[in-house]
Design a protein around this ligand. Structure first.
Ligand code: 8Y4
Length: 282
């Protein structure tokens, strides 16, 4: 379990891995449509590669509360040209952020080597599609649906509830024919969670390790930082880096971030203190 085979490109998990976020949505909260054009998206990806990203996550659907749903065709039109060009311009594995089976098929055909699904393969046909494509899959926890998930989230015990959900989705994925070695789990910070839920999940992240799958954590620039520190999205870099280090310390193997350079530097320092994953504390 020291690497994931992402369609022939290796993602080394013997040290913390950094997943760079590449939004190709015109309504992205953080990037404001600046990287809508193919050329800008590619320049952004190449910068992340230079800064030490281990994988690039390409997404064409916004899951912001209130965002408009996007058709499979629209998602394909946004992401496929970017994946095709990226595949030739960098040797890094490429991840496709989608929940739709049609997009999974098109993206893997275009060169994506990992499926990042915030709906954990719960859409109709998604388990079958992911199993047929034979690439690793990240299964993320979300309570409710993006439009309403932040309305009034409730849990008995957020860590236990998220662990139970991820355990169910791991079993469903394996039953559909996805080998255990190709499964990654993610607690889904910010997806149907209050600030208190997110903080408790981060403290208890290590408990998810008993599920036996590598853990991915996405905390970069999220509203939990805004809520805890009263900072606007453009001033969340330092807290994002701190949270990435805390997630790794608590067992995350992959962190999904906007600011690759600063995160890589912080995690290289972490890895010099903890050179072997086995020595990690939780
Ligand atoms: C500023 C910028 C504020 C972005 C909020 C956000 C995750 C994910 C997202 C995650 C996995 C986001 C696609 C939300 N978050 N995939 N995707 N894990 N696996 N919001 O946490 O970045 S989108």
């Amino acid at each position: 379990m020291t690497f994931l085979d992402c369609g022939g490109r290796r993602l080394d998990l013997s040290r913390p891995a950094v997943m760079g976020i590449l939004n190709v949505t015109p309504d992205s909260f953080s990037d404001g449509g600046v990287f809508l054009s193919r050329e800008n998206a590619l320049a952004q990806a190449e910068r992340m590669a230079r800064e030490g990203a281990d994988i690039i996550d390409v997404g064409g659907e916004s899951t912001r509360p209130g965002a408009r749903p996007v058709s499979a065709q629209e998602e394909i039109n946004r992401v496929i040209p970017v994946i095709e060009t990226l595949r030739g311009r960098t040797a890094l594995p490429i991840s496709i952020d989608t929940s739709k089976p049609e997009v999974m098929h098109a993206a893997v055909a275009a060169g994506a080597g990992l499926i990042n699904d915030v709906r954990a393969l719960r859409e109709e046909g998604a388990l079958t599609a992911a199993a047929a494509l034979k690439v690793p899959v990240c299964l993320m926890h979300m309570q409710g649906a993006p439009r309403t998930m932040q309305d009034d989230p409730h849990y008995d015990d957020v860590v236990a509830d998220v662990a139970a959900f991820l355990g169910d989705r791991l079993r469903a994925a394996r039953a559909a024919g996805i080998p255990a070695r190709n499964l990654v789990i993610d607690p889904g910070f910010g997806f149907g969670k209050t600030l208190a839920h997110n903080l408790e999940l981060l403290r208890g992240l290590g408990k998810l390790q008993s599920l036996g799958a590598p853990i991915l954590a996405g905390l970069s620039r999220k509203s939990m930082i805004g809520q805890a520190l009263d900072l606007p999205v453009e001033r969340r870099l330092h807290a994002s880096v701190a949270l990435a280090v805390m997630a790794v310390q608590n067992g995350a193997r992959i962190v999904r971030v906007h600011d690759v350079g600063p995160t890589v530097e912080a995690l290289r320092m972490w890895a010099s203190v903890y050179p072997f994953v086995e020595s990690r504390q939780d």
